[in-house]
Design a protein around this ligand. Sequence first.
Ligand SMILES: Cc1ncc(C[n+]2csc(CCOP(=O)(O)OP(=O)(O)O)c2C)c(N)n1
Ligand SMILES: [Mg+2]
Length: 554
Amino acid sequence: MVDAIGENASIEYVPFQHEQAAAMAADAIWRTNAKVGVTMSTSGPGATNLITGIACSWFDSIPSFHITGQVNDSESAKSLGAKVRQAGFQETEIVEMVKPITKFAKKVSSVEDLAQVLLECFKLATTGRRGPVLVDIPMNVQKEEVSLDFWLTILAQFKPTENKSRYLKYDLSQFLDNSERPLVLMGGGLVAGGKIGVIQEWCQDNSVPFVSSWSAMPFLDRKHELYLGSIGVYGSRVANWAVQACDTLVSLGSRLDNRQRTANPRGFAPFAKKIAFDLDPEELKKLGPSYTCIAFDLSKAEELINRPLSPSINGWIDKLNEVRETVSEGMEEACQPHLLNPYRAVRLAQQLLNDDAIVVSDCGANLCWVYQSFRPSNQLLFTAAGNSPMGYSLPAAIGASLANPDRQVACFIGDGGLQMNIQELQTIQNFKLPIKIFVQNNFGYGIIKQFQDAYFQGRHHASGYGYSLPSFTKIAFAYDIEYLECKTEDDIRNLEIDPRKPQMFDLILPSDALITPKVEMDRFIHDQFPYQGNPGISFLPFNYPNHPSQLEQA
Ligand SMILES: Cc1ncc(C[n+]2csc(CCOP(=O)(O)OP(=O)(O)O)c2C)c(N)n1
Ligand SMILES: [Mg+2]
């Protein structure tokens, strides 16, 4: 198969150093160019290496297509009729392994089967709630030769499985009419449906403030006066206060996971009427009886906005603006003032990039620093939100760069994350990709240490103890990548971006730099560390309990 792909002049292929990285790059191709990324790997270890990358696509509903080689049917454990673990060399049941993280996975039995399955898989990956697919192809099928006529006949006869879902008619106004403190939450499902702009405009026309998840945030006009920011454990204070103070919350295409609602979802918007729209009815089932749940395809979001809202008199927006103007998010408290602040470092780095750059963020404190401080621009920012594996952003930047050769591509990554896929620096070198790598170097697993400081008396097991990093100067030298170290804000300001070649910028951060703001365990989402009192809810006409557990007692 590899030879057939290589010999096909119309296919461009890119060998990665690690299959995991290939799957992450394939995932990024859709996120940046709406084309389906395809990987191909050998059986056994090659196939299992794909799994972490496939999971990134699965949890964020990204289509990606994975093809794995498999041993000849005649050599397979099944053909022997004995329950052995393995018969052929490197035989592994990859289909069973990836079933929970793919929309469809199948080992094909013949070339006719393969042709049908390829077409069906492509359709499945890209329609409905999108996601990854995998086709496992035994050697004996790979060796079969087929004519072009064979393919043309299969293509002509192909009838994809019909999606028969029908949705009832709804109108956003029916839920928000007469609400005194309305709020719309926009999630990744609205982005996937391509309708975030439609809803933003409706909010504008009807003076409804809105917040977002991290997945939707980069696609919103972040300068919009009604946009309050992203919500959740690492969300913005103002956005979280709005959630906690609103009387009606309409969530559009957000999974409302526990990074948004905390481990105690009862404390999330506890006094609001909550309405959740999602394409996938299973996502709604988990929300429980305090939500009005509506299965709806948000790519048809225009159908929800037939009628303007009946206005209700309120000082809601004024109040939110007042709070927004007077409150500090607390990012300056991430470290001592004379040291390089991780939030300011991101902002300065971001300013060096082109206005339409593609920016990928990784996992850990570095991810929070990027998402919490990213300024409005036309830059496309994304991360593997649901799976969030360390090391994603480097290969994802490779995928983005391959799919968008005319755009500048940058990745932000922690010192720990960089070590997870460091081998891909060679892929960058092989294909001369001018990716900008910003290492947010705090010499440890910062997010884990912050957690251990709060709940494990500062014992840094496996995050500080047992952890170290190589000299990134020497690493960059070995891969023939330009390296520049930044210890101060001026060092960042003075960086010279070279559009022609890859560069690594090592941002030297304090090893104890914190994520601020952050919701600590057993708190409401509006009550974030560093604690500042809660002006954003103090105007409510009732007393808020101090602690989510008091809601259970009430
Ligand atoms: C593959 C993988 N292993 C472990 C984790 C759990 N984890 C999340 S963040 C983190 C530490 C990340 O360290 P670093 O990349 O240096 O980021 P920092 O928090 O210091 O910015 C760990 C171990 C993970 N998300 N992915
Ligand atoms: Mg680190």
